[in-house]
Design a protein around this ligand. Structure first.
Ligand SMILES: Cc1cc2nc3c(=O)[nH]c(=O)nc-3n(C[C@H](O)[C@H](O)[C@H](O)COP(=O)(O)OP(=O)(O)OC[C@H]3O[C@@H](n4cnc5c(N)ncnc54)[C@H](O)[C@@H]3O)c2cc1C
Length: 241
């Protein structure tokens, strides 16, 4: 069983290190999970991210942030899940070119605000690839034997676009399909709404909202309208760089 990380400041991001890509597996048609072995492992907190830096032969570099999907479990490996964006400089390289055995320059773990240490009830709301850091939180809660601490609401267009589809379902999770729900799904398709939050607003919870800027803003507005205390809402936006 995983133990809750100690209540100490988050680790300082290490220096650049060269990780080895050990596994690539598809999550959806446009998202893949990349498992990286770190030569200098540094414990991460659920919600933190790493920066991946690509360097072209002419010295040009491109760096992007990717949340850690794997839970803090003392492993020397981390998992990042990346959505492939059309014409995306870094995401399309990772999807189309990177292969097991390759080296990748990374730096992290980074982030001290959008982190969950497993010691408070948490309401997690993610859209699209915004579910990635929340998955680390769900995995931590389950690993600690405390799934009751979290409530995860995931918004996806359809079942085919749902990340971690085999692992996500459980009594502590709810899926909102915005476009094409699977056959027999009783909730009509549509954006996350106030009714989806019913029963999720536990006292003393901290809310973690993650997704595109539009998704994050509308989910935050919903929470505030429903009476969730604004200081207890933490937001991460995966916007264009
Ligand atoms: C803290 C943090 C954590 C992140 N974690 C993840 C993660 O776990 N998984 C993940 O897939 N992404 C994550 N992102 C987004 C990621 O850093 C990149 O922005 C994304 O992969 C696009 O980079 P790119 O080089 O492929 O595209 P770019 O070459 O930067 O952009 C290509 C085109 O896509 C648009 N664009 C750029 N970023 C986005 C975006 N996020 N959504 C929609 N359009 C965009 C640009 O405006 C441009 O038109 C995170 C971002 C932050 C700030």
């Amino acid at each position: 069983m995983t133990e809750a990380p100690p209540a100490v400041p988050p680790p300082r991001p290490g220096r650049w290190q060269t990780a080895t890509l050990v596994e690539v597996r598809p999550e959806t048609a446009t998202a893949k999970t990349f498992r990286l072995a770190l030569p200098e492992p540094s414990p991460h907190l659920a919600g933190q991210h790493y920066v991946v830096r690509l360097t072209a032969p002419d010295g040009y570099t491109a760096s992007r942030s990717y949340s850690v999907a794997s839970p803090p479990d003392g492993s020397a490996e981390i998992e990042l899940t990346v959505e492939r964006l059309p014409d995306g400089e870094v995401s399309s390289f990772l999807h189309d070119v990177a292969a097991p055995g390759d080296s990748l320059e990374i730096r992290g773990p980074i982030g001290g605000w959008f982190v969950w240490r497993g010691d408070t009830p948490a309401l997690l709301i993610g859209g699209g690839s915004g579910v990635v850091p929340l998955m680390a939180m769900l995995r931590l809660a389950r690993g600690m034997g405390r799934p009751d601490l979290v409530r995860l609401i995931v918004s996806a267009r359809s079942q085919a676009e749902l990340y971690y589809a085999g692992e996500l379902p459980g009594p502590e999770t709810a899926i909102v399909y915005t476009r094409r729900p699977p056959p027999g799904w009783t909730r009509p398709p549509g954006r996350l709404n106030r009714a989806d939050l019913a029963g999720s607003m536990e006292k003393d919870s901290v809310a973690y909202v993650c997704g595109s800027a539009g998704f994050a803003d509308s989910a935050t507005d919903l929470l505030i309208d429903a009476g969730f205390p604004t200081p207890d809402i933490r937001v991460e936006r995966f916007g264009p760089t």
